[in-house]
Design a protein around this ligand. Structure first.
Ligand code: GLN
Length: 202
């Protein structure tokens, strides 16, 4: 296989599911636990899990500063659920540290008990007309999106899929469905970052 290598941060969370979804699309995938593995990746996914735990582990493993530096230098990054919380500018109502990679404020566990865990047919125009089976698990929503942030999907009036240039976030878990369109979208974004071409809706 040729093409860019997408790393999946493997400190905690649903790592294997992302690796499988990438490989199912023909994208080269790599577990990232060390700075050396990060250096071998062209892009990074931060998966779902527990944001307070992962922020601590990122510091302990010495990965917070290198990830921030790579993203500032143009490395594409996608955070799913917990990963989006870690990438956010800040967390509403909490003094929780984040990496501040995308200009959004998120609210943790925002959808309440009734959709603490649910699959929703989500309209995502950039992925085409068929709704996306979006799985929400104690998901955050986007409470505020800065001017440079595109909101690519909303649910119950709140952003759940955002992109700011080469950084994107989803409240839901595309790696847990058989539908690989969000992974394919990210792979195109990665290709765009490498070639300078602009990603268009499919
Ligand atoms: N509720 C978790 C958190 O706030 C995120 C849940 C998830 O990633 N599925 O960190």
């Amino acid at each position: 296989m040729a093409g860019p290598v997408v790393g999946v941060l493997a400190l905690q969370g649903d790592v294997v599911e992302h690796l499988r979804a990438l490989e199912a699309n023909g994208t080269r995938a790599l577990e990232v636990k060390t700075e050396r593995q990060l250096a071998a990746a062209d892009a990074l996914i931060i998966p779902g899990g527990e944001s307070t735990t992962v922020i601590k582990l990122l510091e302990r493993f010495g990965l917070a500063a290198p990830i921030t530096a790579r993203v500032a230098a143009g490395m594409p990054l996608w955070g799913t659920c917990m990963g989006m919380i870690v990438a956010a500018h800040d967390v509403a109502g909490l003094a929780q540290p984040t990496l501040d990679l995308i200009d959004i404020t998120v609210r943790r566990n925002a959808f309440g008990r009734q959709i603490a865990s649910a699959e929703v047919a989500l309209d995502i125009p950039v992925l085409g007309p068929a709704p996306f089976p979006a799985i929400f698990i104690r998901a955050p929503w986007i409470e505020r999106a800065g001017l440079g942030v595109e909101v690519l999907a909303t649910h119950e009036g709140h952003g759940v899929f955002v992109r700011q240039g080469h950084v994107m976030g989803t409240s839901f878990h595309p790696e847990l469905t058989g539908d690989n369109r969000v992974h394919a979208y990210f792979a195109r974004l990665v290709a765009e970052a490498q070639t300078g071409l602009v990603v268009r809706a499919s």
